[in-house]
Design a protein around this ligand. Structure first.
Ligand SMILES: [Fe+2]
Length: 445
């Protein structure tokens, strides 16, 4: 029986297929190159290699993009008719869960595969990504920590688990251990963009520009080339420049690194682009026609409503571009998602829709409504996924709504919170000053 690079039995007798599959595992773990092409090459060698079909389906469903529906269905169909061992069958079922909107079931199934097969790093990574989309913070940390038992330091795969654990530790506020694990993982493999990213999050949460900017800027030659994830690390670098008040650098990074192809319809890229432009918009920065180009790219997925986190980011682009009718269409699609139920229905009802309405209210100048809706939702917002750094856009929007609406105490409260978390952050300092000036004006009136 053949085994994959980590020692998991694989349902193929073709060494050539397995070699291609192992290559895909490497690309998937590093978010590099084209793992679908590598899986297709494995399947060209052995079309009955069910594990490769399951990996393909699993990768496609986690793009959170309806555009891959057909390819996913094809993989699920072919996989179920191919050779599968029990572990691979569970992978296929997890992808089926995701494809049918049962994101929690699919993620739990993947985590169980990883518990029972601690050397199945594909299951671990897919579970990790699932936890990210669902905001399962302690699981982001704990599933990788569980899997570490099966690997020795220095062994193929070990540092990759450290990178995942580092991100989970960071999301749980354990910055010191996150920093250690993340840096060790990057030292072991400087191409590991996810581990680079975990340390970037530590620096972001601490508001530590002195450590954060060189961490990303000076090592990019290792993690950026061929990375399908680089745009997100560049986004993190842009956030740090924005913190420093260097808007020129932010726009340059947006144009050259975060959004080099303004027509790209890759959803995860669109999310970061929206999140960056909206922050600039809040800060009153003129972004030219960038919102318009981004809104045009969001057009295709604006009514898909399969993941509330994406929908909110589509709405940001539509609002920024002054496309109120498109924002309304997305809101309508979100209400449809609530009616359909399921995991996304829940996320949309509890988090996505109230936030989307808050952002619409902000843009319409109804600042009180924006503050109320964000303040009421922020505490449960992790339930629609993303990271603390991404969801910071909620607090920023509420804070700017309070500043613009003249709600001095609210603005001071949010600003004080920010400064307490990020005492070194120039941005936190600026917002705090703005809030204090508003309070002084209110007292003088
Ligand atoms: Fe991130």
């Amino acid at each position: 029986m053949l085994k994959d690079r980590y020692g998991n039995p694989a349902s193929t007798n073709s060494q050539a297929a397995l070699d291609k599959y192992n290559e895909a595992l490497d690309l998937i773990r590093l978010y590099r190159g084209d793992p679908i092409a590598a899986l297709d090459a494995a399947l060209a060698e052995d079309p009955d290699f069910g594990g490769a079909w399951a990996a393909r389906a699993g990768l496609l469903v986690q793009q959170t993009d309806k555009a891959y529906e057909e390819e996913t269905a094809k993989s699920l169909r072919a996989g179920s008719a191919a050779n599968l061992n029990d572990r691979e069958r569970a992978h296929l079922k997890a992808a089926q869960d995701w494809a049918e909107g049962r994101y929690h079931d699919g993620t739990a199934r993947l985590a169980r595969i990883a518990q029972e097969n601690p050397r199945d790093l594909l299951a671990l990574q897919y579970a990790h990504v699932g936890c990210f989309f669902l905001g399962l913070q302690s699981e982001l940390r704990d599933w990788p920590l569980q899997a570490m038992r099966a690997f020795k330091p220095g062994e193929d795969g070990y540092s990759y688990i450290q990178g995942m654990a580092a991100f989970g530790l960071e999301e749980c506020g354990d910055y010191a251990r996150a920093d250690i694990y993340g840096r060790q993982a990057v030292e072991a493999d400087p191409r590991d963009g996810w581990a680079v990213h975990a340390v970037a999050h530590v620096n972001e949460m601490r508001g530590d520009l002195g450590a954060g900017i060189p961490w990303l800027a000076d090592n990019a030659q290792h993690w950026a080339p061929e990375s399908g994830f680089a745009y997100h690390n560049w986004w993190h670098l842009a956030l740090l420049y924005l913190d420093r008040g260097d808007v020129g650098q932010v726009l340059k990074l947006y144009d050259e690194k975060v959004r080099p192809n303004p027509d790209s319809q890759v959803i995860l890229e669109g999310v970061d682009a929206s999140a960056l432009l909206w922050r600039l918009h809040l800060e009153g920065v003129e972004v030219g026609d960038r919102f318009e180009a981004l809104a045009a790219a969001w057009q295709r997925a604006g009514e898909d409503a399969i993941y509330a986190f994406n929908d909110l980011h589509a709405i940001m682009a539509f609002l920024g571009a002054g496309r109120g009718a498109d924002a309304e269409r997305t809101l309508k699609a979100m209400r449809g998602a609530i009616a359909r139920g399921g995991d996304n229905g829940y996320m949309t009802r509890k988090v996505g829709l109230p936030l989307a309405e808050a952002f619409v209210a902000f843009e319409a100048g109804r600042y009180g409504e924006a503050v109320e809706k964000i303040a009421a939702t922020r505490g449960v917002a992790q339930r629609f996924g993303g990271s603390h750094a991404q969801r910071d856009i909620l607090t920023l929007t509420a804070l700017h709504a309070a500043l613009r609406g003249g709600f001095a105490n609210t603005a001071e409260a949010f600003a004080a919170e920010r400064l307490a978390h990020k005492p070194q952050s120039p941005w936190a300092g600026r917002l705090s000053r703005q809030a204090r000036e508003l309070s002084a004006k209110a007292r003088a009136a």
